[in-house]
Design a protein around this ligand. Structure first.
Ligand code: ADP
Length: 209
């Protein structure tokens, strides 16, 4: 987060003189308390300053990068998950390839009649099947998919950073977000390497990630 000159000056004053009231900070800057209110709110919300009633503002001692790290570690899957693209187990490899193109995704999740996860299809799974001698219209995807229980999954309440680490450690492009149901693990979303890249870019270009 980029601080304005005035906000940086406020931090300096609080570092030197804190705990200090808003009134006294305003005095030191020859401004009114009302003018300072938005800056103090921003600095408190961002975690640079803390405020105690009847005591005043004090410096938390945290640097910008520490605060950013703290913020990122709180990101949850549910804030960033995208709609999952799924196919049924009986769908042909040919149709799965068409779906991948039409939906513009790199990973398809395979589900049973209850929308519960049974497999994953990556681009390379479909390529591998395509270079064999088989008729792609007559091979169902359940023959070639990576199947349960060997699928890496995540849940809505998981931390995004943990899912990002799974993507790296397992060397995969996408992870389904699932919910427990009586019939099995219902697929309700997806987190992919693109999701993580978007979060990274938004962090740099927009404070409101
Ligand atoms: P690609 O193979 O196109 O590079 P991935 O790296 O995502 O794409 O997939 C590598 C292998 O891992 C594929 O065989 C795929 O079926 C499997 N795979 C993909 N996602 C998962 C997952 N979430 N859990 C387990 N296996 C997966």
């Amino acid at each position: 987060m980029e601080l304005s000159k005035r906000q940086e000056r406020i931090i300096e004053i609080v570092k030197e003189a804190g705990p200090i009231t808003g009134e006294n900070i305003a005095e030191k800057l020859s401004l009114t308390r009302a003018t300072l209110r938005p800056d103090l709110a921003i600095l408190t919300m961002a975690g640079f300053l803390d405020a105690r009633p009847r005591v005043g503002y004090f410096f938390t001692g945290k640097t910008g990068s520490e605060l950013l790290t703290e913020q990122i570690k709180k990101f949850k899957v549910q804030q960033y998950q995208h709609v999952p693209i799924v196919v049924k187990e009986s769908v042909s490899v040919y149709d799965a390839i068409s779906t991948m193109f039409l939906e513009d995704v790199g990973t398809l999740f395979v589900v049973d009649d209850h929308s519960c996860l049974t497999g994953v299809l990556s681009r390379k799974d479909l390529l591998r099947a395509s270079i064999g001698q088989q008729d792609l219209n007559s091979v169902p995807v359940h023959i070639i998919m990576t199947r349960m229980p060997n699928i890496t999954i995540c849940r809505r309440e998981d931390l995004l950073i943990d899912v990002a680490m799974k993507l790296i450690n397992k060397q995969i492009d996408g992870i389904p977000v699932v919910r427990d149901t009586e019939a099995g693990l219902e697929v309700i979303g997806r987190i992919t390497k693109t999701t993580i890249t978007k979060v990274f870019v938004e962090l740099i270009t927009n404070d409101q990630v």
